[in-house]
Design a protein around this ligand. Sequence first.
Ligand code: FES
Length: 225
Amino acid sequence: MSDTQPIAAATNEARKGDVVAPTKEKGWFYTDTVKDHFFHPKNFLEDEADYKDAYMGMVGSPACGDAMKVWLKIEDNKIKDFKWKTFGCASAIASTSMLSVMVTENGGMPVEEALKLRPQDIMARLGGLPARKVHCSVLGDKALRSAVNDYYRKSGQIEKIEVEAGRIIDKVLKITDHDIEEAVLEGADTLEKVQQRTKVGTGDPSCIPEVEQLIRFYKEKYFGA
Ligand code: FES
């Protein structure tokens, strides 16, 4: 099957970042690379007992209730082994499988370099993902960050630990930047759509300029738009 042949098609038109089949101009197609990593995942963890001493990170996605666990073995500050398990969908499996290859190839990526990887870097190696599935690819990346924090904690590099703390944007409804990030990852790409999901700014309109700035920031971060 070639990259342009669909295994799934949606009725929606393509969005920026989608992999588009030229003949159909629709945006819901998986590349051969995505399919390969989904059907033959690399570095999937079979037995947790072998990795009880590895550095471990876990995240859950509020978008779909899925969870991702990552185990790392690190030597000389390089990632020598990256194993993972998830309840996530095909896109989460394919993108985490690719991430595991990227950080362990060529003798292992230095930890700080791995932290600089962006969702678009994984996307580029996969040949793209439907834009609506980008939030799935973020699961592996967030679990990697959580496992690296475990490494920093256990190796005494406490000053390097980065914990994502939500910042309140809408003081009336107590809506944080993470709520807006999740809305953008779920496909809300305008203020109106983010408001439909979160109601942000309806109780405190003074925060709307900041919300618009955050929407631009997260669109650029995850979709390069
Ligand atoms: S991981 Fe939940 S929809 Fe992809």
